[in-house]
Design a protein around this ligand. Structure first.
Ligand SMILES: Cc1cc2nc3c(=O)[nH]c(=O)nc-3n(C[C@H](O)[C@H](O)[C@H](O)COP(=O)(O)OP(=O)(O)OC[C@H]3O[C@@H](n4cnc5c(N)ncnc54)[C@H](O)[C@@H]3O)c2cc1C
Length: 470
């Protein structure tokens, strides 16, 4: 359990700022390696964007829509077997748009069959495409865009581009103009076995992770906003939070990389060249969501676990971001998702731009949120005609909501574009003992990306702490 901030000691080996999945993982690994670790979280709950909230008996998951099978190995190796055992497949992924309607298990075998039999693509081309994307790795050429990749294998086939791209845009905010590698790595991860979820919901996962952190001796304080990373003579000395300085040999920021550089650290501690590169970082888009609770005792038909729906004629990254987009993903949470909890909930997710919502006055903001809810219920009525009679809770979140709860620049849902990764990976070269973990560069975002990155950064910080011991 988190302890009051006043109970934290005056000095630690490592302080982790933020408890997103990246921060939690780094904290856990460092404590497991024997370091004295303090985890400080601004919000009153842990998890960051791996969030949930309760309303009138409903539990809504904010970002538990699906992750790749790789989570099984990652959780077994870096968390524990119990967490791993709760990872289950979402078997019914549905697409419905003016170009096609289909159901899939979202794995390579099923996609091969769909591309061959439905979209009439020769087997050889499909195999060549899969082999090209699965061989992409981090160090590859980053000049080819996803658009160019698709044109190379499926020229002019906007229907196939949509099938391949739409889910990935929802999964990490990437567009056709981002480097193909950001697409290839994430798409291949999903294609290995399909889409998975965490049985019992985000609250259960974060509870299990918290128990593991406690077992390893991490001190956890919530409602503790770090105001400043203390740097002296090119090295971190600790952090300032709630008006108190706590010393640390290493500081790992899970706050966004732009926040970390611009708001938490004295910018004079960085070199001009580094700041120039950091200024070029583009943050990813944000999201809107509509949370729909079904009245106790009511049921909804099985229309799929994930439903990618759009009435836009073709896939267009800009259309997906539009304030009034006609594209959204419905995540359906049936009672099986939370054994022992007999409620149905539905969450609609849309990609969104912070700037579209930022400058609205209060009246306009409330009005647009209501319109968003109405459009969402209208869209859902196409699949569940009597849904409006079954709903007893509905509310919306916007980029402003995400910004409010996570402090992320522009409420970004998926960190930064590709250039953020290099800055995140090199920040320790600028300031000894300062590390960053969290969604950057598209591939390090998402539940799996954030946890895996947490492990990488824990290794870096562990190496640094050991080097201090001589
Ligand atoms: C709407 C939505 C849907 C998503 N759906 C999926 C999905 O289906 N599958 C998937 O894999 N991923 C999904 N994601 C992305 C995924 O949730 C994130 O990539 C991942 O959880 C981010 O983890 P992180 O480590 O980067 O930290 P974050 O979750 O971004 O957390 C950072 C934490 O740092 C804290 N913090 C910031 N500044 C301070 C400070 N100064 N002091 C103290 N604490 C601070 C914040 O409060 C926060 O808790 C979704 C995201 C959104 C927004």
């Amino acid at each position: 359990m988190p302890v009051p901030f006043s109970e934290a000691s005056d000095a630690y080996d490592a302080i982790i700022i933020g408890s997103g999945l990246g921060g939690l993982t780094t904290a856990n690994r460092l404590a497991y390696c024997g370091h004295k670790v303090l985890l400080l979280e601004y919000h009153h709950k842990l998890g960051g964007l791996a969030a949930w909230f309760k309303r009138r008996g409903h539990i809504f998951d904010v970002s538990l829509h699906g992750f790749p099978y790789g989570m099984v190995k990652t959780c077994k190796k870096y968390w524990n077997r119990e967490i791993m055992n709760s990872i289950v497949q979402l078997k019914k992924i549905v697409f419905d748009n003016p170009q096609f309607s289909l159901e899939t298990t979202f794995d390579r075998q099923d996609f091969t069959s769909i591309l061959e039999n439905r979209f009439r693509i020769p087997r050889q081309t499909i195999e060549a495409f899969f082999s090209a994307v699965s061989s992409m790795n981090f160090y590859d050429d980053q000049t080819m865009t996803t658009r160019e990749l698709f044109e190379q294998f499926f020229p002019g086939r906007t229907d196939i581009h949509r099938l391949l791209m739409e889910p990935i845009t929802y999964a990490n905010g990437s567009t056709l103009d981002d480097p193909a590698i950001t697409y290839g790595i994430v798409f291949s991860n999903f294609m290995s076995r399909g889409v998975f979820t965490f049985e019992g919901g985000t609250d259960r996962l974060i509870d299990m992770m918290t128990a593991e952190l406690e077992k390893n001796g991490v001190t956890i304080c919530t409602r503790s906003k770090v105001e400043r990373i203390v740097v002296e003579k090119g090295r971190v000395k600790g952090v300032e939070a709630n008006g108190r300085v706590i010393a640390a040999k290493a500081v790992v920021s899970n706050s966004g990389i732009t926040n970390t550089i611009n708001n938490l650290t004295d910018r004079r501690a960085f070199s001009e060249a580094f700041l120039e590169k950091a200024a070029a970082i583009r943050v990813n888009n944000s999201s809107c969501q509509v949370y729909i609770g079904i009245r106790k005792g009511e049921q909804v038909n099985d229309i799929g676990d994930l439903l990618f729906t759009s009435s836009a004629p073709e896939f267009d990254s800009r259309e997906l971001l539009d304030l009034h987009t006609r594209s959204k993903t419905f995540s359906l949470y049936y009672p099986k998702t939370r054994p022992g909890h007999d409620r149905y909930t539905i969450v609609a997710s849309m990609n969104s731009r912070f700037e579209d919502w930022q400058n609205m006055d209060d009246e306009q903001y409330v009005g647009e949120k209501e319109l968003l809810i109405e459009r969402t219920l209208d869209d859902l009525t196409r699949y569940l005609p009597d849904i409006r009679t079954k709903v007893d809770w509905v509310e919306a979140a916007t980029p402003r909501t995400f910004n409010h709860y996570t402090l992320h620049t522009c409420g970004t849902s998926f960190g930064t574009k590709f250039e953020g990764l290099d800055i995140s990976r090199t920040i320790f070269k600028e300031i000894g003992g300062l590390f960053h973990v969290g969604s950057v560069g598209i591939i390090m975002s998402g539940w799996l990306g954030a946890i895996n990155y947490g492990v990488i950064v824990a290794n870096d910080a562990d190496g640094y702490l050991r080097s201090l011991r001589g």
